[in-house]
Design a protein around this ligand. Structure first.
Ligand code: P1T
Length: 388
């Protein structure tokens, strides 16, 4: 089955047996517990909804299939997936090497919870520099954590080569694939052990459900994570599982349109005299453009850029837009705009931001699937308002 077929059918095969009605869409199983006819025999394997739920199970099969993984697990948010993953696989005193540019919330979790309370230290490196990755390995290092492209600077690192470093040093490789979605990149294929997604973003795609997921090939790791998903309990609800099943059906066509629109917007921004810098993986000016073409099958819908203007005028530009809504999050059908230093990455210190090259007036766009002409016109009129 190809991607678009899997996105529609896997996990939602009609059930003609076991009292099934042949539903074309999986029902929302709200029951928190499942009665059994005999003490020793859970009905169809279901006992209690935290442990397993039919709607969530359908989604977990879908998620695994989209990432070409053996197993998928659905959580109540991307952060819940990350927390469960680290609590499951690491212990006090372990060490993580992470890409220096990550979603601000992930850094907050690492620094304020795992480092501060569990003595799990993180060394942040520019993972584009393989020597820096290698040099950061300590005796107690257990895991390398990457985003590629990163949030919000869209830095890209070589998953396959880093996975070789991991294998040689017996480290686990985790890749947060939220920005590309499983449609444009499959990190397991390049040697990652676990893929993380905030399904709040492209996978659901409609800005109406918060969720996260883990996709895995290794049976032992899966069994351990599944045990911890139940033990710690940060599961995705049946209703949200249904929402994500529904949203994920159009992931392929949405990603294509996000990308087409993003390319048109980049072309416009690159030529604009009021723009000083455009970062997008699909631009030849992107420093890792060659790697982009081997590791990913597309470039996605996220653009970061800077204006020839101070923060005051940058805010004015952002506030003058009509269709680009000022909001955190990304990957929905509607276009969103934000200033990471003031919003998604405000939890980083000014020094941290400076070190990774995140300027105060960087603008991040999540390009939606509206008509590109409307989006371009909207940007155009906002440029005129900067100086008025
Ligand atoms: O918001 P949540 O579903 O908990 O996912 C967290 C998360 C994890 N990984 C990446 C790469 C992310 O971008 C996020 C969430 N990011 C935003 C809300 C944002 O606007 O960047």
């Amino acid at each position: 089955m190809k991607f678009d077929t899997r996105a529609i059918h896997v996990g939602e095969e009609p059930n003609f047996k076991e009292g099934g009605m042949g539903d074309v869409v999986v029902p929302i199983h709200l029951s928190s517990t499942f009665a059994r006819a005999e003490v020793d025999t859970p009905t169809q394997g279901y006992e209690y909804s935290r442990t397993q739920n039919p709607t969530r199970k359908a989604l977990e099969q879908r998620l695994a299939s989209l990432e070409n993984a053996q197993y998928g697990l659905a959580f109540s948010s991307g952060m819940a997936a990350e927390t469960t993953l680290i609590l499951s696989l690491l212990k006090e005193g372990d060490h993580i090497i992470a890409f220096d540019d990550l979603y601000g919330g992930s850094k907050r979790l690492f620094n304020r919870l795992f480092k501060a309370r569990f003595n799990i230290h993180v060394t942040y490196v520019d993972a584009r520099d393989l020597n820096a990755v290698q040099a950061a390995i300590l005796k107690k290092t257990k895991m390398i954590w990457l985003e590629t492209p990163t949030n919000p600077l869209l830095k890209i690192c070589d998953i396959e080569t880093i996975s070789e470093i991991c294998k040689k040093n017996e480290l686990l490789l985790v890749v947060d694939n939220t920005f590309m979605s499983p449609y444009f990149q499959n990190p397991l294929k390049w040697g990652a052990d676990v893929v993380v997604h905030s399904s709040t973003k492209y996978i659901n795609g409609h800005s109406d459900s918060v969720g996260g997921s883990l996709m895995i090939n290794n049976h032992e790791i899966f069994e351990h994570l599944k045990f911890m998903q139940n033990a710690t309990g940060a599961i995705l609800s049946p209703f949200d599982s249904y929402m994500v099943l529904r949203g994920s059906k159009t992931l392929g066509i949405r990603m294509e349109k996000h990308q087409t629109n993003a390319l048109k917007i980049c072309e416009f921004l690159e030529k604009h005299p009021k723009v000083s810098k455009v970062i997008y993986p699909g631009l030849k000016s992107h420093p890792e453009y060659d790697l982009t073409n081997t590791q990913m099958s597309g470039f996605g819908g996220m653009i970061s850029f800077e204006l020839n203007a101070d923060l005051h005028k940058t805010k004015k530009f952002v506030e003058s837009l009509k269709y680009f809504l000022i909001a955190e999050s990304l990957g929905g059908v509607e276009s969103l705009i934000e200033i990471p230093s003031l919003m998604t990455h405000a939890s980083l210190t000014a020094d941290d931001r400076k070190q990774i090259g995140l300027s105060d007036n960087l603008i991040r766009l999540s390009v939606g699937i509206e008509d590109s002409e409307d989006l371009l016109q909207d940007l155009d009129q906002a440029f005129y308002r900067i100086d008025t």
